[in-house]
Design a protein around this ligand. Structure first.
Ligand code: GLU
Length: 355
């Protein structure tokens, strides 16, 4: 064999070995822990509802499910240790920045965020709007703390890591995962505050994870992640424009709307009855506020369906915006992000059609 041929053979052999090593290499999944019930602790195993959220550190959560090491190289980051109802813009922006930094690292294949279920849907939707990546981002929680009988956190974490590690999860937007079910961040919300199937979407699940393998059935059509016009890297500081929600019922008063205006709130999400309705006796209040510059967004207190523009109220004439099928808490986030770019109600309405 000539020297040239020997070198060529050696090179081919070592390249083959490198390729097979890389084919064997496990994906890297980062687990970003923020608190919640999945990191909670109760006094006894029968305390499935009475416990303290946000107690258990990320490494303990990971080590409690040794099987996830078969799915991926898993590393933990303790981003926060908080019950999610106490999350404010400051924490939300901090989570988004940390996740954004992680997905930018070439060696990271996916990110799992452990989170309290109360505002899990808000964080997931916010990430879906501001993190530009096609790498899988999965937000996972649990309804029972690790100390409880039949705790659901370990299997939820196992499934979430499987989802984040799967190449098929790329480009699917930010996902919410609990109870074997893969849900889209934009249209899924907490619907039951006791059972382990706490989350659902009126448009159905994207898929399921069974025994560590994702199965896919649907894909969203709305703008998200890579295709979003919002980017966490463009947002400075640790707060967003102030947007608040009013809740519709019979026998309302203008007090809350006027107090918000006085407090400097920039937009009000009216979680109205039915089709995001505004009672006749409040129309003048809301029209006056709009004339003074307040953005009025009509969402609905009804969890399914969507708010129709110019149906019961002439939105074009009043210059109000409708939230389409986004629930009030997601409408609040989209409006706050929109206000970082524009005050135009036309633009805001376009965003509600597109996201
Ligand atoms: N309220 C707490 C939270 O959202 C616990 C609820 C839960 O995680 O299920 O963090």
């Amino acid at each position: 064999m000539t020297q040239y041929k020997m070198v060529k053979t050696l090179l081919t052999l070592s390249m083959g070995a490198m390729l097979s090593i890389s084919a064997l290499a496990k994906p890297t999944v980062m687990v970003v822990a923020t608190g919640g019930t999945i990191a909670g602790a109760g006094a006894s195993a029968t305390n499935s509802a009475t416990y303290t959220a946000a107690k258990v550190p990320v490494d303990t959560l990971i080590n409690a499910v040794p099987q996830i090491k078969d799915l991926a190289d898993v590393k933990g980051v303790q981003a926060l240790q908080i019950a999610s109802e106490s999350i404010t813009d400051k924490e939300l922006l901090s989570i988004a920045r940390q996740v954004n930094d992680l997905v930018k690292k070439p060696e990271v294949n996916g990110v799992v965020i452990t989170h309290g279920t109360d505002t899990l849907e808000e964080t997931a939707f916010f990430l879906n709007l501001v993190v530009h990546t096609d790498k899988p981002i999965v937000v996972v929680g649990s309804m029972r703390p690790p100390s409880a009988l039949s705790a659901d956190g370990p299997l939820n974490l196992y499934g979430a890591v499987a989802l984040a590690a799967s190449p098929e999860s790329k480009g699917k937007g930010v996902m919410m995962f609990m109870n074997d079910t893969i849900l889209a961040a934009r249209d899924s919300s907490k619907r039951i505050n006791i059972h382990t199937n706490a989350f659902d979407s009126q448009w159905g699940a994207l898929g399921m994870v069974v025994e560590g393998k994702p199965y896919w059935f649907r894909q969203g059509v709305k703008r998200q992640t890579n295709n979003s016009e919002f980017n966490i890297e463009d947002i400075k500081g640790d707060s967003l424009p102030l947007v608040q929600i009013t809740y519709g019922s019979d026998s309302m008063t203008p007090v809350a709307y006027e107090a918000y205006a006085k407090a400097g709130v920039k937009a009000i999400i009216n979680a109205g009855t039915g089709n995001g309705s505004v009672p006749n006796y409040l129309v003048d209040t809301l029209r006056n506020l709009r004339q003074q510059g307040m953005i009025i967004v009509r969402a609905s207190r009804v969890q399914d369906g969507f708010v129709l523009r110019n149906a019961e109220k002439p939105d074009d004439e009043y210059d109000w915006v409708v939230a389409h099928d986004l629930n009030p808490q997601k409408a609040r986030l989209l409006t706050a992000l929109a206000l970082t770019k524009t005050n135009s109600t036309k633009e805001l309405q376009r965003m509600f059609w597109q996201y």
